[in-house]
Design a protein around this ligand. Structure first.
Ligand code: SAM
Length: 402
């Protein structure tokens, strides 16, 4: 058993725990069959969750968590105020079991500690690693590709050393590749979609059309399509570990997962003012569909999807009800210059025109909606950091709808 830390955006911790609980029963055991390990005890912290588990199970969470940042394997944690002790402790760790050579990337953060100098911490750790791997000069490893990332955190003289199991941030799904201006992070989109879905059952969901009237690169729709799918199209750091189970480097391991049929909306519709974005979002969605098709094989059912080039306030196209709308419009100047004011006008116009059962809007927090449009109530308000901007996700629900 090892300790693991899943880092998450602030506020997403409980949601990630829910995702972890959903994924857990489908993980594989060492015999390549669905495992039966008990769900671990999880401690919720600010910005992440910590738990103890068999690494074989824990690293697989990388395939399934949609709103987490990354999964770190804790190597050790100890108190120290002096560098020689840090060096000894670091060197005693079983790096040779995980790393294929000594060239790694470093993430070092130190604060409120006697050893506050991040550069010196890294140099000390590098020295230890070089000795372990018999590296005499940096030239020897110059042509090596990094084989992992080591995280060192020193806070209040408590040193925590971790090995990253993820690699590229988890918002990189390995599917959507083309982006427009101000695209939403996939992790944020997944979080907001799950908050919108709430307790809605798969049966109810299968009757609803999900509509993003300002779709941009289509993040909401592509995430909604892949919400209950694994992300198997990309590489994870643990797949490069020396002792990574052979299973996870086999090109066909994904077929060992006995995943449930995906919960899915009846249809997906995206519109955008910008013709280029309509093409981009269409291509991104197709790429998700292609991956799901490869995974699901004969169980695969193509989604009903439609992309329309139109101004959502003036265009004549209205998707089939019952509708849920979700969007992150451009903020500030751009939207007002197109004749539409802030959040209030946007919410009133969209509900009047499309009568959605739900309308989720991600907008700067300073423009909080004081009163919902007629016939609607505010179901949820969630604070979100969207690319450094404090935003509020306002979810409106039509009165009398499910
Ligand atoms: C912030 S981006 C949306 C980003 C998107 N969620 C993504 O992840 O890529 C806003 C989008 O709204 C589109 N837009 C702005 N005004 C619009 C309007 N009146 N009708 C339709 N689309 C509009 C813009 O062209 C832009 O692609």
């Amino acid at each position: 058993m090892n300790k693991f830390f899943i880092s998450t955006p602030l506020g997403f911790e409980k949601n990630v725990l829910e995702e972890m609980k959903e994924a857990w029963p489908y993980l594989l055991g060492k015999d390549s069959k669905t495992h039966s390990m008990a769900f671990p005890e999880v401690e919720l912290l600010d910005g992440g969750l910590e738990f103890e588990a068999d690494p074989f199970a824990a690293v697989q969470l990388n395939f399934f968590l949609k709103s987490a940042n990354r999964i770190l394997m804790r190597m050790t944690s100890f108190r120290t105020k002096d560098l020689p002790k840090f060096y000894q402790k670091f060197k005693a760790l079983p790096w040779r079991e995980y790393l294929v050579h000594g060239k790694v990337e470093w993430e070092v953060a130190a604060q409120k500690s006697r050893i506050n100098n991040e550069k010196r911490l890294q140099e000390s750790a590098e020295k230890a690693l070089n000795e372990l791997f018999n590296i005499k000069s940096t030239q020897e490893t110059a042509h090596f590709v990094s084989c992992g990332s080591i995280y060192i955190r020193m806070e209040d003289d408590l040193c925590t050393i971790s090995l990253d199991s993820t690699g590229e941030h988890l918002h990189k799904r390995g599917w959507t590749v083309l982006k427009g201006e101000a695209p939403l992070r996939e992790t944020t989109a997944a979080y907001l979609l799950r908050a919108t879905i709430g307790e809605t059952t798969p049966g109810e969901l299968s009757k609803i059309t999900l509509f993003d009237p300002m779709a941009g690169s289509g993040t909401f729709l592509t995430e909604a399509r892949g919400l209950w799918q694994g992300q198997f199209q990309r590489e994870y750091a643990f797949q490069k570990w020396k002792k990574t189970p052979k299973l996870f480097i086999s090109p066909t391991f994904v077929f060992n997962y006995d995943l449930p049929a995906s919960k899915i909306f009846k249809a997906f519709v995206g519109t955008d003012l910008d013709e280029k974005m309509v093409k981009i979002s269409g291509a991104n969605f197709d790429s998700v569909e292609a991956q799901i098709k490869a995974q699901e094989k004969e169980d695969f059912k193509a989604s009903k999807v439609q992309w329309v080039h139109q101004n959502c306030f003036e265009g004549s196209f209205i998707p089939e009800a019952p509708l849920w709308m979700i969007l992150n419009p451009p903020y500030g100047e751009r939207l007002s210059s197109e004749g539409v004011g802030g959040l209030k006008t946007l919410a009133f116009k969209l509900t009047a025109k499309y009568s959605p059962e739900k309308l989720g809007l991600l907008f700067p927090e300073k423009e909080k909606l004081m009163a919902p449009p007629p016939g609607y109530q505010i179901e949820k308000e969630l604070k979100i950091n969207n690319g450094g901007l404090r935003c509020l996700y306002t979810l409106l629900k039509r009165e009398g709808s499910l």
